[in-house]
Design a protein around this ligand. Structure first.
Ligand code: IPT
Length: 958
């Protein structure tokens, strides 16, 4: 029995792409009849192929004991089996093309009526995506076998279909197949029929396939249209006066409005034969590499991009289309103009939205063999990419993507895949693609020498590399020397970060050859779960009992799993902003249009001057319309006199609604300091009474405060620890900062009171601070003075020993009553900001509750830091509390849990509030960087061991 079954599934261990499938063609809708087969199907999961019911595909098979399962969906997200996450490693032995015997196999059955009118009409059964391999039967007749999870498969259903009757469709899906070896992307392993299923009537004489070539000549402004069809058809574009024109010929259509990602103009068209009419949208645009630059319509473009996986916290890669639309709108509103479809072609409807809303898209083939590289990064032993056995599969995958997506103006480059080493199969794919579609350049980062591709692409290069490439100075081989340079992945957005976005953007804006990049990545792939007590949280690798997994490395997006923007996304929006506004030294601002195509004409420049964060006057700045890339210098408005620190904020806002944002949406912002703060001195003069100084009562045993105007407090004490960010951990990065910090014991410092000196009008506390079993430490001297209202601290920190790494932070921790639930501050805000991630922050006065202050990163870590705080007030609900100000500025966090708890927490539900609020009042922090997968924090954002000085004034609120 066993051997018989193995004989019936030889396809599981064959690199071939399948059998019985129809040739690949474009995805489109027409007026031909179609039956949507999505819905509730019958489902049964078996742990091995041998245990699956052998005759389940027979029409009269009894499936009453089976379960209901929605299609499209992943079975693991509906109670059958468990999801599993690995990044690079294969979750099965590297034994290609064989797969484990424990191969969960899902049998699907559904029935449907086919109208009698379908008699005599060819019928095609179309699957948009099945993970990973499927065998299909209709009414007991086998139609074929397919693999290529994120690619369409079509089968001729004509002979098996029963028009005017009940039809039984049976599909057997295997979790693992030979195809799994080339689908080793960094994501959840999730199986099943996860994209739409349709039965299409294909009328004789209909349009089976078409290829729109709509070119734009930027020198003349004219368009040329040629629509290729296998059999003659008629193309009409009424707006261009083109009616029933022939296919397969060039039509000079005169002046056209071109398509680009900023102004995605499309013409409505119809393609028809007597038997079928296809409605379509045409975007005229020409992509070229000219003089080493990637151009669209004659202009160099700049990718302000993100890598987008298809992901939903409840549905995995079966993302509802309304969610996709909202997600793309969210990207547009954050000024993202480009998407790399990492690392497989998306749902086809997603590309229609990209055409409509305007994105540059790199469409990537569903190929990754990363686990082969892990053994030997140079050699990739046994890599399918260089194995002739796999050539058919590689070519098939490329064909299915290119044919499906070839009519989208948004797709401006094809990518051969991701992280699959390099091999002859790439050559074959590239060669075929160039012949089939000469209108789009090719991308593949793994082709380090640019043997087969048209752009030089890199992942996570440090700034110095980008700079050298920009100047054409990198020691490169011939082939890539003259090519445009893009960062297909940069700025690893895992956890708190990425830092340094502005620095990359500066290089992209400086060097024409550096044509931008794609942040890794758009979304955290956290799966929604509930704790025992019913609290919702997002799970990651290891939460599903996987024996081998990569933990929360799958939580590395700019939005959380439910698409809540992170501070990183706000930072990116500020860096990608199409309008930049910068102060000059001559009472003016320089305003620049950073769009590549769109003019800034329907924009209002609102200004407001704020005196210590409170508006003093506002108005509108007259700015002429700006052509793409144009810049003007505009004089500052006449401003009223102010007496405290004052800032002028200018905000460029849409005057009219756009399809992606409402009027009022901000396109860019700039601030000018118009009056600096008046220098302040620390309060002094009040005489000490015992251990009381002004409003402060000291604990003589520790040298810390015990109470402030009667309110119980604990601290302040020197503290340099922060709950490491993923970027501090540096998993795949160039530095593991957090490990160095732990080794030095920065998370477990002990304080030795060396001296407590009671002067007439001061208390001076000297301590030495170090960790167990460490010689290195810090001297920390706290000098306290006071007047009637306030007590002042001047803290001096000096390293005692070597600290050959940047410190996480330097400051003090102060615990205050938990009733102080609101923070108002004057400083950078409203969101969190760190040294290398502060473009989205502006100087102002803001109020947040302590709870709102937190950023709930899916994997808990340092968050919520507010920079350059001049003063902050902590208040209870009656307005009582105290103010912390400084003659300098400080960095502040406020939390209901300690840094230790934040460090230990694995999920958001581990963060349990105390009845205390812990304040970190800091000289500063080391920045964030991108060290979780790439360069660690930049040199100039690292906080050295000191000496440091922190000056704070604590004043109870009246
Ligand atoms: C890079 C992968 O291409 C991407 O899929 C993702 O895994 C990313 O890393 C990290 O999140 S490959 C890496 C070895 C540079």
């Amino acid at each position: 029995m066993g051997s018989l079954l193995i004989m019936t599934t030889p396809y599981l261990a064959q690199p071939d792409p399948g059998a019985g499938r129809l040739p690949a063609r474009a995805a489109f809708r027409s007026d031909a009849a179609a039956i949507d087969l999505n819905g509730t199907w019958r489902f049964h999961l078996s742990p091995t192929v041998a245990e699956a019911p052998a005759d389940f595909w027979q029409v009269d098979f009894d499936d009453t004991g089976w379960h209901d399962l929605p299609v499209p969906a992943h079975w693991q997200l509906h109670g059958h089996g468990e999801p599993a996450y690995t990044n690079v490693v294969y979750p099965f032995p590297i034994d290609p093309p064989h797969v484990p015997t424990e191969n969960p196999t899902g049998d699907y059955r559904t029935d449907f009526d086919a109208p009698a009118a379908w008699a005599g009409t060819p019928a095609v059964l179309r699957f948009e995506g099945i993970d990973s391999c499927a065998r299909v039967w209709l009414n007991g007749h086998e139609l074929g076998v397919t693999s290529g999870s994120r690619l369409p498969s079509e089968f001729d259903a004509t002979a098996a279909l029963i028009p005017g009757g009940r039809n039984l469709l049976a599909v057997r899906v295997h979790q693992w197949s030979a195809g799994s070896y080339v689908e080793d992307q960094d994501m959840w392993w999730l199986s099943g029929i996860f994209r739409d299923v349709t039965l299409l009537a294909r009328p004789a004489g209909g349009i089976d396939d078409y290829f729109v070539h709509a070119d734009y000549d930027h020198l003349t402004g004219r368009g040329t249209l040629r629509v290729e069809t296998a059999a003659p058809a008629r193309i009409s574009v009424p707006e261009l006066g083109l009616l029933d024109a022939a296919t397969n010929t060039d039509h000079a259509v005169g002046q056209v409005r071109p398509w680009n990602a900023e102004t995605p103009y499309r013409y409505q068209a119809t393609l028809a034969t007597d038997a079928e009419t296809v409605p379509l949208w045409i975007g005229f645009r020409t992509v070229r590499i000219t003089d080493g630059l990637l151009t669209v319509n004659g202009r160099r473009i700049l990718f302000r991009g993100v890598n987008r996986h298809e992901f939903h916290p409840d549905h995995g890669r079966a993302v509802p289309m309304d969610v996709v639309r909202d997600e793309l709108l969210l990207m547009k509103r954050h000024h993202i103009n480009a998407i790399r479809t990492s690392h497989y072609p998306p749902h086809p409807a997603m590309l229609e939205l990209c055409d409509e809303l305007g994105f540059w898209v790199i469409d990537e083939c569903d190929i990754e063999t990363h686990g082969f590289g892990l053994e030997d990064w140079q050699g990739w032993p046994g890599n399918p990419s260089d194995d002739p056995q796999w050539q058919g599969a590689y070519l098939d995958r490329m064909r299915r993507m290119v044919e499906r997506d070839k009519n989208h103006p948004s797709v401006i480059m094809w990518s051969l895949g991701n992280e699959a080493g390099i091999g002859d199969n790439h050559r074959v794919m590239a060669q075929w693609t160039r012949e089939r579609d000469p209108g789009r350049p090719l991308h593949y980062e793994g082709d380090h020498e640019c043997r087969y591709v048209d752009v030089y692409s890199a992942m996570y290069p440090p700034l110095a590399t980008v700079d050298a490439v920009g100047r054409y100075e990198q020691a490169a081989d011939e082939l890539r020397r003259d090519k445009p340079f893009i960062l297909c992945e940069y700025a690893h957005a895992m956890g708190n970060g990425p830092g340094g976005l502005r620095d990359y953007q500066d290089l992209f804006e400086r060097y024409p050859r550096c044509q931008g990049g794609f942040v890794w990545e758009w979304i955290d792939h956290g799966l929604r779960r509930r704790s025992a007590d019913g609290q919702e949280y997002f799970g990651y690798g290891g939460d599903f009992g996987e024996p081998l997994h990569d933990g929360h490395f799958v939580i590395d997006g700019l939005v959380s799993p439910d698409r809540t923007p992170s501070p990183g996304l706000r930072e990116l929006a500020a860096v990608y902003a199409p309008v930049t506004i910068a102060a000059t030294d001559a009472d003016s601002v320089r305003i620049r249009n950073r769009y590549d195509f769109a003019a800034l004409d329907q924009v209002t420049y609102h200004w407001v001057i704020e005196e210590e964060g409170l508006p003093a006057a506002e108005g509108t700045l007259p700015v002429p319309p700006l052509a793409p890339d144009e810049e003007v210098e505009v004089a500052l408005p006449r401003l009223p006199a102010t007496s405290a620190e004052s800032w002028l904020t200018i905000s460029a806002r849409l005057t009219v609604d756009q399809p992606w944002a409402a009027a009022g949406h901000e396109l860019g912002q700039g601030q000018v300091m118009v009056r600096p703060a008046t220098p302040r001195r620390l309060p002094t003069g009040t005489k000490r009474r015992g251990d009381t100084l002004g409003p402060a009562e000291f604990d003589p045993a520790r040298g810390t405060l015990r109470a402030l105007a009667g309110m119980a407090v604990d601290g302040p004490r020197l503290d340099v620890w922060r709950a490491p960010t993923d970027n501090d951990e540096g998993y795949y990065g160039d530095r593991k900062l957090a490990q160095a910090w732990r080794d030095a014991g920065l998370d477990r410092l002990q304080h030795r009171l060396v001296d407590l000196r009671r002067d007439d009008d001061a208390i001076v506390v000297t301590t030495r601070v170090a960790a167990a079993q460490q010689r290195n430490g810090f001297w920390a001297t706290y000098r306290w003075t006071a007047d009637q209202q306030a007590v002042a601290l001047e803290l001096s920190v000096t390293p005692d020993g070597e600290f050959p790494f940047p410190l996480p932070r330097v400051g003090v921790r102060l615990a205050v009553p938990g009733t102080l639930s609101t923070v108002e501050w004057f400083g950078l805000g409203p969101g969190e900001a760190y040294a290398d991630s502060r473009q989205a922050a502006r100087v102002g006065r803001f109020t947040r509750t302590v709870d709102e202050w937190q950023t709930p990163y899916i994997f808990p870590q340092e968050n919520g830091g507010r920079m350059s705080v001049r003063w902050a007030e902590l208040r209870d609900e009656h307005g009582g509390g105290f103010r912390v100000s400084s003659p300098d500025t400080y960095q502040l966090t406020a939390r209901r849990w300690t840094s230790e708890l934040l460090t230990a927490a694995q999920h958001t539900t581990d963060l349990v509030a105390d009845d205390v609020v812990y304040l970190n009042l800091d000289v500063g922090h080391t920045g964030l960087g991108s060290g979780s997968c790439g360069p660690s924090v930049g040199e100039r954002y690292r906080l050295g061991p000191g000496p440091h000085r922190l000056r704070l004034i604590l004043a109870p609120l009246p």
